[in-house]
Design a protein around this ligand. Structure first.
Ligand code: ATP
Ligand code: MG
Length: 381
């Protein structure tokens, strides 16, 4: 007899030819999640089992964060041949519970001598005799004891809901523009949840932005990494570009021109990472650089899709997700971002293309971009 985790995945994505690829990717991600705990992951009989973890609660915490996992059930695996032992274990698992219950058996091994209704009745009867505080309700029970008869018997009653989504790596790659703010980690998480492998680019304006600000961004990447399975963060030195813009471009256009630089550099990073799209944490009207016209002028400089999963979200809704995924506390640390240095007093909300072009014509764009790319530091989180 041993304790293990039975991992359930979202059935909805499993139709058709993609099924084996999906499951292989999921097993790989779960292996990665429990590696440090010594966990073993096996696929058996259309179920994924995780065993031998040094800390079962920590294993549950980690596995429920893996995209593609629907729920995790801490289960007991035992020899199905000894029915009395199986029933005794069932009684033990229902000890101390009150209210209503049912036994839900599934006999995958059709050679097993007891069928599901018989298993339900016999185990249910023993539980009723042992625990007078429980009564049976097959329609709407408070507790369900699941008994699965496969190559072994598996018993579980607790179902821990997991994050859902699709396994990372089953839907291509994208590069996230990751700031230290609240929005961009949430945006990255939402796209990664759809099975997209994420890399990140962060613009750092040392000494205007401190090393602590950079550490904060890396901490955010580490938090995301628990679900996203490793994120390579490209830290781009951005001070020179910002200084040049500040010196040579009209003040109300500095933010937009800076954002256009960010997009161009992010696109090059995306090529290095073999990513097919960019992700930002923008939402319509949140700040001056996020009016529809402004967003249009930044889209224009890149040749790949730009995903903005938060485009229609209010700040409150974004904060709710940030709290749920565990990035809020770190995002709230009060360190500066390169967007907050050199901010114009009156940024253009209805920018004119000719003004942008005029500003950019004063800069040696290609040399500045190349220098920034050459100075990239890559950190694996
Ligand atoms: P966030 O909370 O994500 O910082 P924000 O509301 O502060 O968003 P902006 O500062 O205008 O908005 O940034 C908009 C988007 O631009 C961010 O969501 C992020 O994708 C990207 N961005 C901003 N600053 C940086 C940076 N220093 N490095 C990388 N990307 C950035
Ligand atoms: Mg920001």
């Amino acid at each position: 007899m041993r304790e293990l985790l039975l991992v359930r995945y979202g059935e909805i994505f499993l139709k058709g030819l993609n099924r084996p690829t999906f499951i292989r990717a999921l097993v790989k991600r779960i292996k990665h999640a429990v590696k440090e705990l010594g966990g073993k992951v096996v696929m058996n009989d259309s179920r994924i089992f995780v065993s031998d973890c040094s800390d079962i609660d920590e294993a549950i915490r980690r596995v429920t964060k893996v995209f593609g996992v629907h729920s995790v059930c801490p289960a007991i695996e035992m020899d199905k041949a000894d029915f009395e032992a199986v029933a005794a274990q069932a009684v033990k698992m229902m000890e101390g519970l009150t209210g209503t219950f049912k036994v839900s058996s599934r006999r995958s091994d059709k050679r097993y001598p007891l069928d599901s209704p018989t298993l339900n009745a016999q185990i249910g009867h023993r539980i009723l005799v042992a625990n007078k505080a429980l009564s049976v309700d097959v329609k709407n029970p408070q507790h369900v004891l699941n008994v699965e008869i496969r190559d072994q018997a598996y018993l579980y009653c607790k179902v821990v809901p997991a994050v859902g989504g699709m396994p990372v790596g089953t839907n291509g790659r994208a590069t996230l523009l990751l700031s230290g703010g609240i929005d961009s980690p949430v945006a990255g998480w939402m796209i990664a949840k759809r099975g997209v492998h994420i890399s990140a680019v962060h613009f750092h304006s040392y000494p205007y932005t401190s090393d602590r600000a950079k550490e904060k961004v890396l901490d955010l990447a580490r938090i995301l990494s628990e679900s996203c399975c490793g994120i390579r963060v490209h830290v781009v030195p951005f001070t020179k570009i910002q200084m040049e813009i500040h010196e040579k471009c009209p003040e109300e256009y500095t933010t937009l021109i800076m954002r256009r630089f960010m997009m161009r550099i992010a696109e090059r990073v995306a090529h290095i990472e073999k990513a097919e799209a960019l992700i930002t944490g923008e939402s319509i009207g949140q700040v001056a650089s996020q009016t529809m016209t402004a967003l249009g002028t930044t889209d224009m400089v890149v040749d790949m899709p730009v995903f903005r999963p938060l485009i229609g979200f209010d700040k409150r809704e974004i904060i709710d997700i940030a709290e749920k995924i565990g990035t809020m506390e770190t995002s709230s640390l009060p360190y500066e971002d390169c967007c907050t240095v050199f901010t114009p007093r009156h940024p253009a909300t209805h920018p004119k293309m000719d003004k942008i072009m005029e500003g950019e014509s004063k800069l040696d764009m290609e040399a500045l971009i190349q220098e920034a790319i050459d100075g990239i530091e890559i950190i694996c989180c």
